[in-house]
Design a protein around this ligand. Structure first.
Ligand code: FUC
Length: 783
């Protein structure tokens, strides 16, 4: 056994060298037939945002597809800087009433200043998500390469790199199995041609590297310190090399393999994280167990297990929006040319890629998809690559139910369960209130306090919004076990707001104070305010849902009554002087410093909530449309993603498609189709995927509306497997913009109204029943 330490500088240098070498070999492309479910490229990735992601919800990889030098960058979803900590500002109990007084007196800038001193977290920043390391593969003697192609096949969940070198066709596969919790890399040459490769692991972390048993490379370390919080979380990355017909030569931190027909590398990463307040796990034992079991299973069984599990989830949905001339191009070129209008299939691929990313970054663990899903190569990623709760974490889950991936919701529920514990302590310490509260951000240590600065983070509604997300699975699936788990969290949040809402001396309504309309400055030198429209909308949902859940579960009648009574005292929506939906209690929108702000928080009522609809509240819908027009279409990636959903809810498919064109553009989509905030932030992928689905099917308010916002550029197409609230699934075909056939299946039996344009049909279905409808002269009829 050999063991030695590498310092961070060494490892950084080796990673840079890898980047430079990836392009060393010359390539010629071969053009594969277009496939609606493939991302593919004719050259290796020379940047991280060109590499292709793999993941099982917990363990993630970015595959570069290099020829002479290949790199798989690796993440594990619990690996964050620091260790358990509580950053509650010790002055918060004392500062809060003073800040509240200043806000009600209209002294907003003073309130913000005092809040920064007394309410904002210490340390001010939260802990950053960390990369674990890299698998580096050096292949000597690969000259004269041709017919290069690397791809991610979404129907299989596998990244494949293939090319010819001399007379050998090389094939490299990477996937991460959720069944076996292991990353699998297989390197092979065709016709039994031998493969030679020098394998090593590296890490940008301070760590020890050793090679054990002649075939296993191990990196061990602890999380880095940050913001004065000590790094204490142990991590381990382990790779076992299996090459039965070859020779393995072990060296410090690496293994040289020669003369083998194929090499399989099994990779596992783990940390000591068990819960936000418990890091006593043993990553080495976990990795050893995973790898021993995987090795005993063998490559063929691992791949078959992955395929079966992956297809069970991914295969539920199909979407066809038509094909076009550009569909056969490599994916980066499709993005660059999407605005030519000759590639409707790329929008369908965007939905399916969103589904792929969600199932690859949110399952089998307590960590939901963070700002980058699970993929991050930086020690100091933007916004710490954690969870921002004033849009980003919620947006990640917009496609989860509609696009038939309920399993991905579980980690979000776990996060909120944790936050209800840390947030209960904060409610007590800061407000002396019952229940729980979470502000604008959280990290793996489940911090609930407001970080960064009051202008961004002094928004006590993070929990309320997350609970709206978690209410959706109940609406879609009607699973009482889910509701029973959710209800105590809703109850705790409601109790907090019942105890802390204040009577606004200026209006008499009950309001949050202090708060902000996420990150948007009003005209009075701050964002800090009382009772912004979004808070009232969130509270209307929370109180109504809590009361409804209490009724269903036959419990807490008094609390339910109190919720509904408080709901009636919240400020109503107001229409301002420009005809817009007011963002604040005062008619301040048109004087705000940035009327094109990326956040559209006051439009929460239109989407994701259904408090405003074109049918039921037409005046408010008109005002929301005005607000959206004033804001404009262009924004950050997620800002665009939200706007697609909003235009879909306004039933304006052509406008929604104009916004899609902004997203499917190199400004907002990297070559690997990752969303560009910029920088990479995954929320836009999920918001965009949900928005496209929302254009095809809307299912709020007891209706299933077919093609509610179909743009003229998708005259024909089909989908199947999209879910409808109430426990239904929908399949649909359309031609010339007209429904040809629709199939509505009920999972648990129930009533619904199916709507297409002005035509509607009321249906009552038995559990397991499918009703087929067709479109006839603009009307829906039973087939
Ligand atoms: C919110 C947004 C930013 C960014 C950050 C992670 O603060 O306002 O645009 O997405 O989250």
């Amino acid at each position: 056994m050999t063991g030695f330490s590498l310092n961070r500088r060494h490892l950084m240098i080796s990673a840079t060298a890898v980047g430079a070498l990836a392009f060393a070999s010359k390539t010629t492309a071969q053009t594969p037939p277009p496939s609606p479910l493939r991302l593919w490229y004719d050259r290796p990735a020379d940047e991280w945002v060109k590499a292709l992601p793999v993941g099982n919800g917990r363990l993630g990889g970015m595959v570069f597809g290099g020829i002479a030098v290949e790199r798989v960058q690796i993440n594990e979803d619990t690996f964050y800087a620091g260790s358990p900590y509580n950053p509650t500002n010790p002055k918060s109990r004392e500062g809060l009433p003073q800040v509240q007084k200043l806000v009600f007196a209209g002294k907003y800038a003073e309130a913000e200043k005092l809040a920064n001193q007394t309410l904002i977290s210490q340390p001010i920043k939260q802990m950053a998500y960390q990369p674990v390391g890299d698998l580096i593969m050096l292949f000597p003697g690969l000259d004269n390469t041709s017919k290069y192609e690397r791809s991610l096949d979404l129907s299989e969940g596998i990244v494949v790199t293939e090319f010819n070198a001399g007379s050998t066709r090389h094939r490299r596969e990477v996937f991460v199995s959720a069944t076996d919790q292991v990353m699998v890399v297989r390197l092979s040459g065709d016709k039994g041609k031998p493969v030679t490769v020098d394998l090593s692991l590296s890490t940008p972390q301070k760590a020890d590297i050793e090679t054990v048993d002649g075939d296993t490379i191990v990196i061990k370390g602890i999380s880095p310190p940050q913001q004065g919080i000590e790094g204490k979380l142990p991590f381990e990355l382990r790779a076992k090399i299996i090459a039965p017909s070859g020779t393995l030569t072990a060296r410090e931190g690496g293994v040289y393999v020669s003369g083998t027909e194929d090499v399989v590398i099994l990779i596992s990463a783990a940390t000591g994280y068990i819960k936000y307040n418990d890091i006593s796990g043993d990553p080495a034992a976990r990795n050893a167990e995973v790898i021993t079991k995987a090795a005993a299973k063998g490559y063929a069984a691992l791949r078959a297990g992955h395929a079966a599990d992956y297809k069970r989830l991914f295969g539920r949905v199909a979407i066809d929006l038509g094909s076009g001339d550009n569909a056969a191009l490599p994916t980066d070129q499709r993005i660059a040319r999407f605005n030519e209008g000759r590639d409707p299939g790329l929008a369908a691929l965007y939905v399916q890629y969103g589904r792929y990313l969600l199932m690859s970054s949110s399952r089998g663990s307590r960590q939901p998809a963070n700002l980058q899903g699970i993929w991050n190569d930086k020690l100091n990623p933007s916004w710490q690559s954690k969870w921002t709760l004033n849009i980003n974490a919620e947006m990640n889950y917009w496609p989860a139910e509609a696009c038939n991936l309920h399993e991905t919701m579980e980690p979000l529920l776990c996060l909120v369960e944790d936050l209800s514990e840390t947030g209960a302590k904060l409610a007590k310490d800061m407000y002396n209130a019952p229940g729980w509260v979470a502000f604008n951000n959280t990290d793996v240590w489940r911090v609930a306090t407001p970080p960064d600065g009051a202008v961004w983070a002094l928004w006590p509604m993070g929990g309320a919004w997350l609970l709206q997300n978690l209410w959706e699975p109940w609406l879609y699936n009607g699973d009482v076990a889910w509701l029973k788990r959710l209800y105590p969290l809703m109850k705790g949040a409601s109790e907090f707001y019942l105890a802390t809402l204040l009577k606004d001396p200026n209006t008499g309504y009950m309001v949050t104070n202090p708060s902000n309309s996420p990150e948007n400055k009003h005209p009075f030198g701050s964002s800090v305010c009382a009772g912004p429209a979004m808070d009232n909308q969130l509270l209307r949902d929370l109180f109504a849902h809590t009361a409804e859940a209490a009724k269903i579960l036959k419990t807490d009648a008094t609390l339910a009554k109190a919720c509904l009574a408080m709901r009636a005292k919240l400020p109503p929506e107001k229409i301002g002087k420009a005809g817009q939906l007011q963002e604040w209690q005062g008619d301040w929108d048109m004087e705000a410093p940035d009327i094109h702000h990326r956040h559209v928080s006051h439009l929460y009522a239109l989407y994701p909530s259904d408090q405003i609809t074109v049918e039921d509240t037409p005046d408010l819908a008109k005002a929301a449309r005005k607000s959206l027009e004033i804001r404009g279409d262009d924004a950050t990636g997620w800002g665009i993603g939200w706007r697609i959903n909003l235009w879909a809810r306004l039933k304006d498919g052509n406008h929604a498609h104009d916004v899609i064109k902004l997203l499917l553009h190199p400004r907002r989509s990297y070559p690997n189709l990752f969303d560009a905030h910029p920088p990479f932030q995954i929320d836009g992928n999920f918001g965009g995927a949900a928005g496209i689905a929302e254009m095809l099917l809307q299912t709020h308010r007891g209706r299933i509306e077919l093609l509610p916002a179909l743009p003229s550029v998708w005259p024909q197409g089909s989908f199947s497997g999209l879910k409808a609230r109430g426990g239904f699934e929908v399949a649909l075909d359309w031609r010339d913009g007209q429904v040809t056939q629709a199939a509505i299946s009920s999972v648990r039996g129930g009533k619904t109204r199916v709507v297409w344009g002005k035509s509607a049909l009321d249906l009552t279905l038995r559990a397991g029943e499918t009703v087929t409808l067709k479109g006839q002269a603009g009307k829906l009829v039973r087939a």
